[in-house]
Design a protein around this ligand. Sequence first.
Ligand code: ADP
Ligand code: MG
Length: 584
Amino acid sequence: MNKIRLLSDNTINQIAAGEVIDRPSSAVKELIENSLDANSSKINIYVKNGGKKEIIVSDDGDGIQKNDLKLAITRHATSKLDEENINEISSMGFRGEALPSIGSVSKMIIKSNINENQDGNKIEVTSGNIKTISPINQKKGTTVEIRDLFFSTPARLNFLKSENYETLLIKKIVQRLAICNYKTEFNLFVNGKNVISTKKSDHPNDNENFMKRIRDLLGNDFLDNSIFFDQKVEDFNFKGLLGIPTFHHSNTNNQFLFINKRVIQDKSMNVIFKLAYRDFMSYDRFPQLVVFIDCPTDKLDVNVHPSKNEVRFRNLNLLRSNILKTFKEKLAQAGHKASTVNTTRAVNKFYNKSNFQTFIELKEENIQESTSENLNVIQENESSNDENEENFFPLGYAKSQFHKTYIVSEIRNGIVIVDQHAAHERLVYEKLKKDFYEKKIQTQILLIPVVIDLDPNVVEGLKNFINSADNYGVKLEVFGKKSILVREVPSILANCNIKKLVMDLVEEITEINEPKSLESKINAICSKMACHGSIRAGRELQIDEMNDLLRKMESTPFSGQCNHGRPTYVQLNIEDIEKLFGRK
Ligand code: ADP
Ligand code: MG
């Protein structure tokens, strides 16, 4: 065995580089964070070959003094940490590791100037060895150039993916940092091409700066389909945009989370967001959102991960319940706001073509696009200067029903088409849930009890369930060895096929195993029941019944989408309709 000896600084740095800088995008992140810590107002990033060949980050910040240049590339040397207050970290960096790590595995040049009126200085490092320090003509600020990242650690180099993939990761991190620092100008150039560009924004109203940045980086769709919130709960400040439930996504890529101005990518937080939406989004879809959480520095630990992607909260349960509360409230306030099924696109389709074919295509598209992510929001009708304000309902007055499935209603500036089954299912679901929690489900005794034959094993297993079914307004009794009797059901379900309902419930119960939380059990059961109690597509409705449904939708939270996240109604504004007929 060899004797134990201390590793050289350079080896230590190379080892550390594996943690802090695992790929080009993490080098980009560290460099941009340094620029932000230096109070820069404009940051330009240039990458070549996915950052493997070249990364240049240039800022107009405070700069580094000549004497500090050498220290900047020394391990555990930082200008940011006040050792008296190690628990109150407010800068992005504090570990003094990034530059020495990068310098140990690349060819690095730092050019910097702290004062416009004098020369700047430049330091050159290759594989951790300083080559030169020399004066240079440089404007105020710092430019860090990294070439041939990982050339001295081929194992790491082999680990990298294609140029496209590494570029994509770089774009994503620049995008996140630019959202978080929404007042700073960012420009990203990939192989010379400007792919991200957002100007400096200094509106006196900070929310304006934020919205502008979101529009620049995530587009109008994101803004139009989300609800802005800015709320203080105890020590936490929550702010951002919550995508409405129908604006969902296939993964968590469109969840942008920032905690105390840090870009955070933390699975446990994604789980909390999912929880907040789970009532109105199918399990395999994910909300889109931008969330800023700010809290006192002593409420969290940012030093749990070398690249600082994760944080640890002193009291995660408190945070979780605050998030759930805030989000649910906000989403409820959005009320019946729903995405239209691509009204604009549909309208465009209509008036770009003029033959019968269009209608067939449109029909097919509707079927597919009812689950599409790319939806537009219905504008809430401004009712402020309406003379007949008291007679005005957001979902208007029912005019007729067609195909025994849809209700057409007239609103002030257009029409609304409601999917009667989806809408009613949502109403029944919300009502059942509310009544359940308030313990006042109204039941109806069946004149003739319904007998359901089941497998004897199932009947045996149902004995516990029979008690809890009672809480949902379903009164059951074991009847012999292989049947159960249904004696009472919730009144709103009285007209449904009771046999089918109970069979479904039994299935739901036997499927639900203990790991599910009580709340999700309740939701699952209410949702099953709602499915049965709803007006089926295919039932003729009287005008009164239709209006009744519309009024209930207006007063029920989340009625804009059915339990499966599909919209329950769409809106066509009069301008859209005029376009169809070439009047506009
Ligand atoms: P940390 O950011 O954790 O302090 P780094 O290795 O990233 O460690 O940087 C070391 C030091 O170099 C910083 O503390 C800072 O003083 C200086 N520095 C790095 N980049 C810049 C920059 N773009 N502008 C001004 N100073 C910088
Ligand atoms: Mg740093």
